[in-house]
Ligand binder design. Structure first.
Ligand SMILES: O=C(O)c1ccccc1NCC(=O)[C@H](O)[C@H](O)COP(=O)(O)O
Length: 222
């Protein structure tokens, strides 16, 4: 679907930076729009600014992924239609029943954040965390467990553990997140074999404020 997602984009200029960097590097890019009110990266789904952000991305051929934490399936479906999302990313502790209901309401992809500890973890433990979501048809995004913040922690996963799981499951597509930066993303890809990477804090000047230069460097480094 895409090779890189820059998550927590809040300004039209951020979208333009992602589009330009994607074109320079010849990469399929996506943006994450964060609809979790407690996040420093929150954008209001009802605002004219968000509609304009989404329209700017659409014109540039950039996919929009909506990030949600503990919203009702009905609200997620309404926002997805309103904003023109290509996928929704569930980053809380949503239940299988809630995700089942969401599948009834939307036809776009559902990405499940699999929040893992930052230390070494076995193939079996990762399998167990993924299994319910794979059975439902969700896409997988591996991220570092951010506790009550849910995401965007800047913490990295144990990449060799992810590689071991990926080698044991070569037919399952997945995405890598968690503390990826322009400086470490090439190594993360080399170690894990990730085909799709996601970052939020690694391309920011300060929490919630994206840097066009870091977005360019990150996408160039892939
Ligand atoms: O970014 C947030 O503030 C956030 C808050 C709550 C749930 C999810 C959130 N972000 C989701 C993402 O896709 C991030 O890119 C991912 O968690 C990695 O973040 P980082 O370690 O900062 O690159």
């Amino acid at each position: 679907m895409f090779e890189v997602k820059i998550c927590g984009v809040r300004l039209k200029s951020d979208v333009q930076a992602v589009g330009a960097a994607g074109s320079h590097a010849g990469k399929a890019v996506a943006i994450g729009l964060n609809f979790y009110p407690a996040s420093a990266r929150y954008v209001d789904p009802e605002s004219a600014e968000t509609a304009e952000l989404s329209a700017t991305a659409a014109r540039a051929g950039i996919l929009r992924v909506g990030v949600f934490v503990h919203e009702t399936p009905e609200k997620i479906a309404r926002i997805a239609a309103q904003v023109g999302l290509a996928a929704v990313q569930l980053h809380g502790d949503e239940t299988v029943e809630e995700v089942d209901q969401l599948f009834e309401l939307i036809e776009i992809d559902i990405i499940r954040a699999i929040k893992l500890p930052t230390g070494p973890i076995s193939i079996e433990e990762i399998d167990e965390a993924c299994q319910p979501w794979l059975e439902m048809g969700c896409g997988l995004l591996f991220d570092a467990d951010a506790g009550s913040d849910h995401g965007g922690s800047g913490k990295t996963l144990d990449w060799p553990s992810i590689r071991s799981w990926a080698d044991a499951n070569p037919d399952i597509p997945w995405m890598l997140a968690g503390g990826l930066t322009p400086e470490n993303v090439a190594e993360a890809i080399e170690v894990t074999g990730a085909k799709c990477v996601d970052t939020a804090s690694g391309v920011e000047e300060s929490r919630g404020v994206k840097s066009a230069a870091k977005i360019e460097e990150f996408i160039q480094a892939i």
